[in-house]
Structure formats: C-alpha cells, structure tokens
Design a protein around this ligand. Sequence first.
Ligand code: COA
Ligand code: MG
Length: 299
Amino acid sequence: MVSFALHHPARLRRSVLSVPAINPRALQKIHDLDCDAVIFDLEDSVASDRKNEARDNLRRFFAETPLVGRESIIRINALDTDFSAADLDTVLACAPDALLLPKVNEPEDVQIASDFLADSDAPDSLRIWAMMETPRSILNAAAIAEYGRTRDTRLDCFVIGLNDLRKDTGVPAEPGRTYLVPWLMQVLLAARAYGLDVIDSVSNDFKDLQGLEAECRQGRAMGFDGKMLIHPAQIPAANRCFGPADEDLVEARAITAAFADPAAASLNVINSNGRMIERLHLEQAERLLQKAALIENRE
Ligand code: COA
Ligand code: MG
C-alpha cells in the first residue's frame, strides 16, 4: 500500500490550481472546477503595470463570489519588490486560507511575512505557504521548515517551483527530471521532518496529458501531497494520482478490520496473509480512509 505521511489531520491538496488574478473569466471558472485548492496569482502571471487591476479583481472575487469548500491561497510578489506591501494589504482584505510567498531564500523571509501578519492582527488561521524555487531555498530547506514549525510562524506548506529553479541552476527541462530529483527529495524530507505538506511543481505543457500523468505518478512516488497546476485540463490526473487508489482502499479496510478483531487487541504485530502488519500501518490505513472520506464528502 502506498503510504501517506502522518504529520497532521488528513486534508486534500491533490490538485492546487494557479489562476492569474488578472483574468476575471478564469476566476469565475474555478467555481465549477474539481481542484482541491486554488492559488490566486499576483506574481509572475500578472504584468507589472497591471498589479493594481489584479488586486482589485481579488478583492471583488473574495467579497462577492468566494470559493467554498476548498482552500484559497493568494500568491504575492516577492518581499523585496515594490509590489509586496500592496499585495499583503490585499491578503488582509481577502482573508484567504494562506498566502504563498515566492522566491523564499531563508527563514527570515518567512519571519517577515509572519511578523507582518501578527502585527496586522490577522487571524491565526491564515497560514503561510512558501515557494521553494531558488537555489538558496533548496540549500536552506531544513532551516526554513524548522523555523516555520511553530503555530506563530504559520508555515504550512512548501510548493516546488521548477521554472525558476531550472532558470537559476541551468538544469534543462526533461521528462524524467533526473538531475532535479535529489533537490526535490531534499525539500520533501525537510517538509516531513517538521510536519509540513509539500506540493510538486507545475508542468508547463498543458496539452500533454500523458506526460502530466507520468509526472504526477513520479511526484506521488516521491511522496508529494499534490501538484501545482496551471490549466483545468490537468486536474483529473492530479486528483487520480495523488488520491487513494482502489486497491489501497481495499488494503486499508483489511488492515483496520484485522486490528479491530478482538484477538488482535493486545498485539502490535499481526500476520495478514503472510505479511507483517504493525500498528503504524493501522495509522496509515486510517489516514488513507480519512482522505477517501474527504474526497467522497466533497463529491
Ligand atoms: N484557471 C481557471 N481557468 C483557466 C485556467 C486556469 N489556470 N487556464 C485556462 N482556463 C480557462 C480559460 O479561461 C478558458 O476558458 P474559456 O473557454 O471560458 O475562455 C478555458 O479554461 C480553456 O483555456 P485554453 O484556451 O485551453 O487556454 P488559454 O489560452 O485560455 O490559457 C494559459 C492558457 C496557460 C495562459 C492559462 O492556462 C493560464 O493562465 N494558466 C495559469 C498560469 C499561471 O497561473 N502561472 C503562474 C504559476 S506557474
Ligand atoms: Mg516562480
């Protein structure tokens, strides 16, 4: 059975769709889409001279037609740009579930954002997500994750950004992501060490659904919770690959049933058809079933 990491209550982040805040048509479209979370982008998909228009679109969207039943995240511009102050005000006005910080390099970047939220009396529920997309973010992944582990610092999730990382490192795009995998796994390990979720990078070729499927499967095999997406057509593959497979559910139910047997009450290890199962597998199985229940309730 494929395992899901046990770091917090189960939640769904299989498909995390980015929507340019400058595009009102796309903003309205997301109400009918089956993604688990939406990133409202004020950063790279919005031209410099249209940032205000994009912020106004978000204020209107959150006031008039807010998303229900899914996480909303606003991606702001990097803290060292002239745009970030107005972006942060937009975040306060919109009150999404999280803000997404791009171009994070070190723990201090998260600290600046969390201090701002604390000073602005933002609700505790407003979390911080961090793009891991600069060479320094990969080198500092453990320190960033460790800094963010407390409730006060609000860090909740890493999102890998390979377009920027490829640009900064010179590693070309290729289907297997061979030379990037060590960095991806380093970020994943750092996230897990400190109880964060971690979302795999976007795939730019939104017409190549076969390539996407392969990349989603690879991301799932590496342990990611989900994938950042750029186009509605990418949602089904991400939901499928990062959600529990039918055979995983069958096995999870068998494990919970085996431990529910009164004969297993005082056992930590049992024999299930020639395979050892331990109580840690029971925890994984229960988590998987919780995720499945979340998916069923959403549908
Ligand atoms: N969210 C919501 N709706 C989207 C969407 C998205 N990310 N991407 C496309 N759509 C909508 C389009 O508005 C269009 O709707 P319409 O038929 O009502 O006009 C429909 O889906 C089909 O879109 P399509 O014609 O296939 O693509 P496009 O040329 O309109 O857009 C992109 C292609 C890449 C420009 C667009 O998908 C996009 O902006 N993606 C997000 C980019 C982003 O956020 N980048 C920053 C993070 S890396
Ligand atoms: Mg980027």
